[in-house]
Every structure is written in C-alpha cells, then in structure tokens.
Design a binder for this molecule. Structure first.
Ligand SMILES: Cc1cc2nc3c(=O)[nH]c(=O)nc-3n(C[C@H](O)[C@H](O)[C@H](O)COP(=O)(O)O)c2cc1C
Ligand code: SF4
Ligand code: SF4
Length: 379
C-alpha cells in the first residue's frame, strides 16, 4: 500500500498527515472523544474552541447561560487541555487546539504550560457578541495588529500556529493572509462562508501558508473544487459524521492514487492559481500568463529560466516533439494531447509520475514567487 506521505506529501507539526480531510472545531461539541470516534477517516482535527483566560471564560459562561449555546466550561483551561491532549496521545490524527484568548500573554502562557504536541489555532472566527467584546474571535480580524501580536507570541514559544478566520470580515483578506504569513503563522484555516473558490484562489495567490478550506465541504466535487483552487486540506464541522468523512477520505485517496497530484490546480486560463504556472506554456501569445507574470513580478525571461532550470536532469526535460520542446511547458493530463502522451510513452513516464513531477515544479515556482521572509519581517 502506498505510504500517506508519498500520496499526499503533507506534514503538520512535523508529523505525516494521513489524509487531507479533517474536523473543524465546534465549541461544546468537538473534543477528543468526538475526534476519536471518527479517527479512522481523518488526518487532522481541531478540538475546541477552548477559552483560555478570564475575559473569554466569562464570555463562554454567559453565552451558555443566556443564549443556551453549547460551550466547554471549566475553571482551569490548562488542566482541561492537558486532559484532552492526553486522550489523543496514541492517535495518528494530527491534533489542533482551537483557542479563544484576549491577549498575547494568555496564548503564550498556554503554550508554555502545554508545549508543542498540538497545533495552536487562534480562534479569530467567533462572531458571538460576548466573545468579540472580550477581545477575542472576530475582534482579531478587525484588529489585525493584535492578531499579529498573538501569532508572534506563540511562535516565540516554538509551536505550530494556525489562524482560523471567516472570509469577508477583515478589511482585505489577501492583505491579512500576507501579514499572517510574514508574522510567522504556519496555517490559514478559512471558513469561506458564501465566497467559494474564487476567494480561496486569492488567498493562495497571496501567501505560501498551508491552507485549510472550510464551509459546507460535504461532497467530493466540492472538495476537489477547493483543492484545485489552492487548498491543501479541507475541514468539516456541522456535517462531520462518520459516513461523510469516510466518503471524502476514500474518494480523495482513490483520486490521488490515480492522478498523482491530489490537489492539482486548474490550468491558469481556466481559473487556476499561481501553482498552475507549472502547466503554462512559453509566454508567446496574449493569454492570462502575461498579466499573471506581471502581477507576481516575475519577468518573462526569469520565468523561462526558472522552469528550464527546475526540470534539468528530470524526465520533464524530455519532449522534443511537444509544442515548446520540453514537458516543462506541457499541459495537465486531463487535457488530451497525443504529442505529450507520445513523449511520456517513449520516456517510460506514467501520467501519474508526470503529475508528481509537475507538482515538484510547482513547489519550486511557489518558493520563487514567495521568497523567504527576511528576518526583520518576522521579528
Ligand atoms: C455549533 C458550532 C460551534 C462552533 N464553534 C467554533 C469554535 O469554537 N471555534 C471556531 O473556530 N469555529 C467554530 N465553529 C465554526 C466551524 O468550525 C466551521 O467553521 C463552520 O461551521 C463552517 O463549517 P461547516 O460548514 O463544515 O460546518 C462552530 C460552528 C458551529 C456550528
Ligand atoms: S500559457 Fe497556456 S496554459 Fe497558461 S494561461 Fe496561457 S494558454 Fe493557458
Ligand atoms: S504538446 Fe500538448 S501538452 Fe504539450 S504544450 Fe503542446 S498541447 Fe500542451
């Protein structure tokens, strides 16, 4: 059987993610027991949200009492979180803890007490008035400087950081994504609301963060739509029942084994994100490639050199009879082409392996587009 890392190439918190399907938090509902009942079908889960300081604990209590909402209620967040994390110790599900706090110090204190076994997810999503008034949830989306301060506080403790946002709340989601990346965050977990895949593509084109797409992703078609517009993983909350999760897990595993690249992008001219440059031709005609290169500030000659140098010594260098003399410029396997397929046959390259090499090329393009962040930006 194919190994999960070979199949999906996903690592979170230095651990292999078995499948790109996971569970998003629901306060008062998603805890370790909830996750363990579904563990066979998921790769990751965010338990919580857990309130971690006095203002947010009081807010959770008032939400439970006056609005009848389900909440996790306790007096000692560290004890509760340690107990939940201990329950997950033997599971291969990558664990995240969705946290509601009101200051960088509160998050830092939790990280110091608990350590790096879990991913720390900042809940910048909750829109309940009591939580927002406590300086948490959506409050962070309206006050990005405070959110950045929390990211930095957590990163200074050496933990993996995810930020859970709701699309369309911040002034500019693209700018926010870029800011969070430069502040050192590792994962952007986005509830897309009604915005759909176009929003996801914007985020993919704004930062190299690992992206988790969320909201009503309950069918394989919707999952693939998210993955082909830039998502690395998808999460479910309301419909995170065993049957739905098992269906998505099985379908994406089958797709990955057949296609070779489980989250391959669409071609650029069909609405693909920056990763689609891996399938683009030479810049010789008026098509979406030219404005895209201008937008990402990649001169044509650099683009040509980048692709040719990246495939040197690999089988993508082959392809004399293809349009531009090398598979580096060739299209997705879903676009029929006898010249490409002839080359694949002659060089003994399966379509699956071709897509795997195209994925590697897209990784190189992404790291060229998003240069390493300089130290002054992360400090
Ligand atoms: C009852 C309930 C509680 C939730 N609690 C949280 C929370 O504590 N933290 C958070 O980041 N998101 C919370 N969410 C949002 C979900 O994680 C998710 O973003 C949203 O439900 C959309 O995804 P879905 O369509 O798969 O349900 C909650 C959602 C529901 C329905
Ligand atoms: S270079 Fe080719 S694949 Fe890319 S946008 Fe232009 S026509 Fe489409
Ligand atoms: S040879 Fe076929 S796959 Fe390659 S660029 Fe031309 S049309 Fe696309």
């Amino acid at each position: 059987m194919m190994h999960a890392f070979e199949r999906f190439g996903l690592l979170i918190n230095d651990r292999i993610v078995r499948t790109p399907v996971g569970i998003a938090s629901m306060a008062g509902i998603v805890d370790a027991a909830y996750v363990l009942r579904r563990a066979g079908h998921i790769g990751f889960a965010f338990i919580g949200g857990y309130s971690i300081d006095s203002p947010t604990i009081l807010a959770a209590k008032s939400m439970a009492e006056s609005e009848g909402r389900k909440e996790f209620l306790y007096d000692d967040p560290v004890r509760e979180l340690k107990a939940q994390i201990a329950l997950m110790a033997k599971s291969d599900v990558i664990l995240g803890i969705n946290l509601r706090g009101s200051s960088p110090e509160s998050f830092r204190a939790i990280a110091q007490a608990i350590g790096d076994t879990a991913v720390y997810e900042i809940d910048a999503h909750c829109r309940q008035p009591a939580m927002v008034a406590a300086g948490s949830g959506e409050h962070f989306l309206k006050n990005p400087d405070k959110l950045v301060a929390v990211v930095r506080a957590l990163k200074s403790e050496g933990v993996t950081v995810s930020v859970k946002i709701r699309a369309g709340v911040a002034d500019d989601d693209r700018k926010l994504a870029e800011t969070l990346w430069k502040a050192g965050a590792d994962i952007l977990h986005v509830d897309l609301m009604d915005y759909g895949s176009a929003k996801l593509r914007q985020l993919r084109n704004s930062c190299p963060l690992m992206l988790i797409a969320n909201n009503s992703i309950t069918s394989f078609d919707r999952m693939r739509e998210m993955l082909s517009h830039g998502a690395d993983l998808v999460s479910l909350a309301r419909q995170s029942d065993e049957q739905t999760l098992a269906g998505l897990d099985a379908a994406i595993t089958r797709y990955a084994d057949e296609d070779g690249w489980y989250n391959s992008p669409k071609q650029l001219c069909r609405g693909g994100d920056i990763r689609s440059l891996t399938f683009c031709c030479m810049p010789v005609k008026e098509c979406p490639l030219i404005p895209t290169l201008a937008r990402i500030d990649l001169p044509k000659d650099d683009y040509i050199r980048l692709k040719l140098e990246s495939v040197r010594g690999t089988k993508l260098e082959e392809g004399r009879q293809t349009c531009f003399g090398s598979l580096a410029w060739c299209c997705k396997t879903s676009s029929p082409c006898m010249f490409r397929d002839m080359t694949l046959k002659q060089t003994g390259l399966s379509k699956k392996e071709y897509m795997r090499l195209k994925r590697e090329l897209s990784d190189t393009i992404m790291s060229r587009v998003f240069h390493d962040v300089s130290s002054h930006e992360t400090s």
